[in-house]
Design a protein around this ligand. Structure first.
Ligand SMILES: Cc1ncc(COP(=O)(O)O)c(C=O)c1O
Length: 434
């Protein structure tokens, strides 16, 4: 490694061999007008870049690291598994134990198939829903992100929203037309779509707490209405819990809001930071998958032993320490309050949305319940806020429309330092605005 090279040098070099210099667009720091930091190491709640600068990390690899970086139990599980070889293309006992653990923790999941990413999990859920219902149309919500498969890049959040892309190029119209989109938190429009397309909708897919247009929690009763509308119209309800699964509670958002979907997709925490996703749900639907049923899905590295070991160890630590969720709730709630009061003191209009350990700061005065409202956030203010936070050693997601993720290893001093940095950044903003 060339220690004299800065992150910016690496980024210049990366542009020659990697499109845009990054392997996922959300990492590019483009929307905040900066170039990305190249990360050398992570430990607990902290990160170090190639220049040796230390940061409090509020990205957590975009969600998987609920136990922070290099957690000893997860590290030990990975090292132990690697000593026996890391892929066989044949069943292993760890997969069975992890599947049983998921079914135990998430009661709506009777059977589960392990895949290698959240994108794959959602692709499989949609295929299953279409096969099970014999219908083609799906409904997603504006601003929700469900991975980068063709049919789900319609009005999507995350990197598309950050980069201002309504949809992706390269998706055939005929395919995109099978996806209907509807505002989040708006059950009247959803009901109207069911009336407009009777007997044609296979599934409604939703992030039960939207976290890819910034964090947007469901309004009271919204998820229950989705449940009853789908049931009444013979469609399946798919909860995309790639972010919320095992983060809001051991049983995910469906436990917190007491609504059971037909299918659930997982990713991120389920692999403990190694590549893994999963789709699970009712036995009758899951048994449509090959080799039992006619719905084909496969993966060379599905149920990879290292990912299974990391995911299983992560879920076990969470299961054995349920007070982690209380700790996360308290830290995130305190931080949100501090940001709100610093904003008031500095006369900056903000809306802080939070659910459990997920939070977002929108630079707008009014509540944010959907994509249209999220987009009223002043992203110019966010960019300045982001730059100030980074300078103070706080590593936030480089987009106004992504969630901040807290981990169990964020100690009181990390959160206090973060709150102080937020107050300083808001004060700087306020003095510039005058
Ligand atoms: C809710 C949701 N679903 C699906 C995905 C896709 O997961 P992956 O990036 O593992 O393919 C993401 C990724 O951020 C996500 O947030």
């Amino acid at each position: 490694m060339n220690k004299s090279m800065l992150s910016s040098d690496w980024f210049d070099r990366a542009q020659n061999s990697i499109p845009g210099g990054v392997n996922s667009p959300v990492r590019a720091f483009r929307s905040v007008g900066q170039s990305p930091r190249f990360i050398a190491r992570g430990q607990g709640s902290h990160l170090w870049d190639e220049e040796g600068r230390e940061y409090i990390d509020l990205v957590g690899s975009w969600g998987p690291l609920i136990l922070g970086h290099a957690h000893p139990a997860v590290q030990e599980a990975i090292v132990k598994a690697a000593a026996s070889g890391w892929t066989f293309g044949a069943p292993t006992t760890g997969e069975v134990e992890l599947a049983e653990q998921i079914c135990r923790l998430v009661p709506s999941v009777e059977k589960v198939r392990l895949v290698s990413s959240g994108t794959e999990a959602v692709m499989t859920a949609i295929r299953l829903a279409r096969a099970f219902t014999g219908r083609d149309l799906i409904i997603k919500m504006d601003g929700c992100y469900h991975g980068h498969s063709d049919g789900l890049l319609v009005q999507a959040g995350s990197g598309l929203l950050t980069n201002g892309l309504p949809d992706s190029a390269g998706v055939p119209d005929a395919y995109a037309r099978l996806t209907l989109s509807c505002p989040y938190n708006d059950s009247a429009t959803l009901e109207a779509l069911f009336q407009q397309y009777p007997g044609q909708i296979a599934a409604v897919i939703v992030e039960p707490v939207a976290a890819n247009m910034g964090v947007v929690p469901p309004l009271p009763g919204y998820l229950a209405t989705l449940r009853s509308l789908t049931q009444a119209n013979g469609a399946l309800l798919v909860f995309d819990e790639v972010i919320t699964g095992f983060r809001l509670a051991l049983g995910g958002a469906q436990q917190v809001f007491s609504v059971q979907p037909d299918l659930t997709t997982f990713g991120k925490i389920i692999g403990g930071g190694l590549p893994m996703g999963a789709v699970g749900g009712k036995r009758a639907i899951m048994d449509q998958l090959a080799p039992l049923g006619p719905v084909y899905q496969a993966g060379t590295l599905s149920g990879n032993p290292l990912a299974v070991a990391a995911g299983g160890a992560t879920l076990t630590v969470l299961e054995q320490n349920p007070d982690i969720y209380l700790h996360l709730e308290q830290q995130a709630s305190w931080l949100s309050e501090q940001i709100r009061s610093a904003a008031v003191q500095n006369s900056i209009s903000v809306t802080v949305n939070r659910c459990g350990s997920l939070l977002s700061l929108f630079f707008c005065p009014d509540p944010v319940h959907n994509l249209v409202q999220a987009k009223t956030s002043r992203t110019d203010q966010f960019s300045r806020f982001f730059a100030s936070m980074l300078k103070q050693g706080i590593y936030l997601p480089p987009s106004n429309f992504e969630a901040w993720f807290l981990s169990a290893l964020h100690r009181e001093e990390d959160i206090t330092r973060t709150a102080v940095a937020c107050a300083t950044s808001l004060q700087e903003l306020s003095s510039r605005e005058v």
